[in-house]
Design a binder for this molecule. Structure first.
Ligand code: NAD
Ligand code: IPM
Ligand code: MN
Length: 369
């Protein structure tokens, strides 16, 4: 059998509830295709801070670098640690996430927005708006407002306290993520919409200029530019217009949560962080969700779809990826839903039960296709 080592970092809150579901789906789907996974469970975020005093321990870094792919559940506040405001900023749970992204050198975050036909009634938007929506947000992940310097706290001329961050992009930072977007459009419907705020921000003017230059290498791709405020509106008005939506780190963070509602909710969104020289990173888009933690009601589909992305974009094991995808489809066809994506007449189940039904679909209901 082929063997892969996966570093598994469940993290905090519902991260620890949804990750086992993804791991079991990987294990079973892999075994059905003659693939063995070795899962190395490591600490990250608040859980790591509690156990070791830091949110991103050396051992986690080492195991991640030595793996074939890294799977991260979620980091963040929990019922036990409802705020991290008392911590110095380098000890906050979210630092675990920022560090692992940096350490792996991943700079493009793929966030597919795909509507399952079974879940049309789960969205807060009308069926006519969401039906057949299928686009890919490509969020720049290694630069921009999240990392720019100078940043910090200060005092202004009036003696007031200030807080400041810098959005800075270099041409090579824009080029490398834009290339991923154009390449992806070539495999899809041939459209890139680049979202920025070029009317006001210099960082966005450079962004738009470099994306435009890059488009000359892709004459088959239809490039458009959209201002970020307009894009928030257009995503809700007529999301079918989008194929590949390329944007900056901070805009991508916001627009992916907006887009989540097209699909039924944040519990549906997986992501892949790619572009690094070594193992790539895979994480659901949602956080630790302290409001529902420990109740076995979290939707594990974002996590399981993240496992699909790990197989597809990380290990290039398309057959295994398809198997899990089909099992999810089948489980939804059987009427199983977690509470957040409930539809009329559905069978509402918890996180664990949803996981069991996916395994059942993998093994019993759709053993082959
Ligand atoms: P969140 O994504 O944790 O939760 C937002 C809302 O969505 C909550 O009402 C939650 O119950 C719901 N939700 C999220 N995932 C769900 C799922 N799988 N099934 C059903 N409902 C789900 O965002 P937040 O509450 O703003 O942040 C909580 C913590 O998580 C913060 O510390 C934040 O920094 C962190 N966070 C981490 C990540 C990550 O690890 N990738 C992402 C976002 C937020
Ligand atoms: C996400 C999260 C993170 C981000 C936070 C937790 C640092 O919101 O992955 O979308 O903003 O990148
Ligand atoms: Mn986010």
């Amino acid at each position: 059998n082929k063997k892969y080592t996966i570093a598994v970092l469940p993290g905090d809150g519902i991260g620890t509830e949804v990750t086992p579901v993804a791991v079991e789906a990987l294990r079973l789907a892999g075994s059905l295709e003659g693939i063995d996974f070795e899962f190395k469970e490591m600490l990250v975020g608040g859980a790591a801070y509690e156990a070791t005093g830091v949110p991103f321990p050396e051992e986690t870094l080492k195991a991640s670098l030595e793996s074939d792919a890294v799977y991260l559940g979620a980091v963040g506040i929990t019922k036990k640690m409802p705020s991290s405001d008392h911590l110095p900023k380098h000890l906050r749970p979210e630092v675990g996430l920022m560090r692992i992204r940096r350490a792996l050198g991943v700079y493009a975050n793929l966030r597919p927005i795909t509507v399952f036909p079974q879940l049309l009634e789960a969205s807060s938007l009308k069926r006519s708006v969401t039906e057949e929506v299928d686009f890919m947000i490509i969020r720049e992940l290694a630069g921009g407002l999240y990392y720019g310097k100078p940043r910090g706290f200060g005092i202004n001329e009036k003696g007031e306290e200030t807080g400041f961050c810098t959005e800075i992009y270099s041409s090579s930072e824009v080029d490398r993520v834009a290339r991923i977007a154009f390449d992806m459009a070539m495999e899809r419907r041939g459209k890139v919409c680049s979202v920025d705020k070029a009317t006001i921000l210099e960082s966005s003017r450079l962004w738009r200029k470099r994306v435009t230059i890059m488009s000359e290498e892709y004459p088959e791709v239809d490039l458009s530019h959209m201002l970020v405020d307009t894009s928030g509106m257009e995503l809700i008005r007529y999301p079918k217009q989008f194929d590949v939506l390329l944007t900056t780190n901070v805009f991508g963070d916001i627009l992916s949560d907006v887009s989540a509602m097209i699909t039924g909710g944040i519990g549906m969104l997986p992501s892949a962080c790619i572009g690094g020289p070594g193992p790539q990173l895979f994480e659901p888009v949602h956080g630790s969700a302290p409001d529902i933690e420990g109740e076995d009601v979290a939707n594990p589909l974002a996590a399981v779809l993240t496992a699909v992305m790990l197989l597809r974009y990380g290990l290039k094991e398309e057959a295994v990826a398809k198997r899990i995808e089909n099992a999810i489809f089948d489980t939804l066809n059987e009427g199983f839903r977690t509470r957040d994506i409930s539809t009329p007449g559905a069978k509402i189940v918890g996180c664990k039960k949803m996981g069991e039904e996916i395994l059942k679909s993998l093994y019993v209901r759709v053993p082959s296709y």
